[in-house]
Design a protein around this ligand. Structure first.
Ligand code: HEC
Ligand code: HEC
Length: 291
């Protein structure tokens, strides 16, 4: 008996039934719309074509490559190449410009800041801190207190040649150890440390500070200046500004005066390319304290 023989017309919906019947329940004959079917067939054709053209079917250690030879890796490489090419012009201009000329050029400056920020995170943050805030022995690079100078050129030289590094042109100038060199005794060091504290109004013992004053004039002013305000040629810090490189308490000061300090900053010439060093100098110059 053909199914069609069982077909009915359903008065409620106004639709014919398919003729299938289960325990008196009949199935309405509502076929999928034509457009839907065609879209469905089209997706199947598309999927087949895609599987042929593009990498698709997983194999054991790779996948079918697809006749177009497309890879995500290749796309990323092409994009990186395009970015590199678009930067080549900026790199060449930055390489040719002096640090302060590049500082004055807003386009070069933006380029330098972006590159400098990432180069800093990789090469410098382990010593200077991720925000360049420094820590004892490692200067804060955000403030306008510079050991060796805060102009774009001076910062550039500090990075390029290093400080007390193995580079021939490294910045040099040591803080001698006055106890180790047997120039001053412990009592004298205590007095001169108290005097140094008094320069930034941190002294609590005026008599002891007064005793330290002539010692300072005799032994320290050659490098730190008559008023203790420092000398950037020698990397001798300003002792009157209450910003301390090696610690703020009197014990740290006495330790510095007794045994000396030789903070070492590596030279970056040869390790980083010229453009990156310039980017770093401009990045640091704009952190807040550039002169
Ligand atoms: C191994 C630790 C170390 C690393 C890494 C390091 N620095 Fe330094 N840096 C120092 C020390 C220590 C000093 C202070 C030297 C001194 O006492 O005069 C210094 C000083 C400086 C100064 C001079 C600051 C001033 O007040 O004149 C600049 C600028 C500077 N660093 C930038 C950088 C940059 C940029 C990098 C990354 C490319 C970097 N440093 C990586 C240790 C480091
Ligand atoms: C030959 C030059 C020279 C002479 C002389 C000298 N200093 Fe220094 N002093 C330096 C240098 C350079 C530094 C920085 C050392 C470093 O960065 O590692 C320094 C650092 C210091 C610091 C550490 C400052 C800080 O921010 O932590 C103190 C304190 C200090 N000197 C006090 C003295 C006193 C006191 C005398 C005299 C008894 C003296 N210095 C004599 C060159 C000198």
């Amino acid at each position: 008996m053909a199914a069609n023989d069982n077909r009915h017309h359903d008065d409620v919906t106004g639709t014919d039934t398919t003729g299938h019947e289960w325990d008196g329940i009949r199935e309405l004959d509502t076929p999928l719309p034509r457009w839907w079917l065609w879209v469905f067939y089209a997706t199947i054709v598309w999927a087949l074509g895609y599987a042929i053209a593009m990498p698709a079917v997983p194999l054991i250690s790779s996948a079918t490559p697809g006749v177009l030879g497309f890879t995500e890796r290749g796309r990323v490489a092409a994009e990186l190449k395009a970015v590199e090419e678009s930067r080549a012009g900026l790199r060449a201009r930055l390489a040719a410009a002096s640090p302060s000329a590049a500082r004055a050029d807003s386009e070069l400056l933006a380029f330098a800041q972006a590159g400098g920020r990432s180069a800093f995170a990789v090469n410098c943050s382990q010593c200077h801190g991720s925000g360049a805030e420094g820590r004892p022995g490692y200067p804060n690079l955000n403030d306008d207190d510079w050991l060796w100078g805060g102009t774009p050129e001076a910062i550039h030289d500090s990075i390029r040649f290093g400080i007390r590094s193995e580079h021939d042109e490294a910045r040099s100038g040591d803080m001698p150890g006055f106890l180790t060199d047997e120039v001053l005794g412990r009592g004298q060091i205590d007095a001169v440390a108290e005097y140094v504290l008094s320069l930034s109004e941190g002294s609590t013992d005026a008599t002891l500070a007064a005793a330290g004053k002539p010692l300072f004039a005799e032994h320290c002013t050659a490098c730190h200046g008559d008023a203790g305000t420092g000398n950037k040629e020698l990397g001798a810090p300003n002792l009157a500004d209450a910003i301390w490189l090696h610690g703020a308490d009197k014990a740290a000061l006495a330790r510095t005066i007794a045994r000396g300090r030789k903070g070492v900053m590596p030279a970056w010439e040869g390790r980083l390319d010229e453009v990156t060093i310039k980017q770093l100098a401009l990045y640091i110059h704009t952190l807040g304290g550039g002169e």
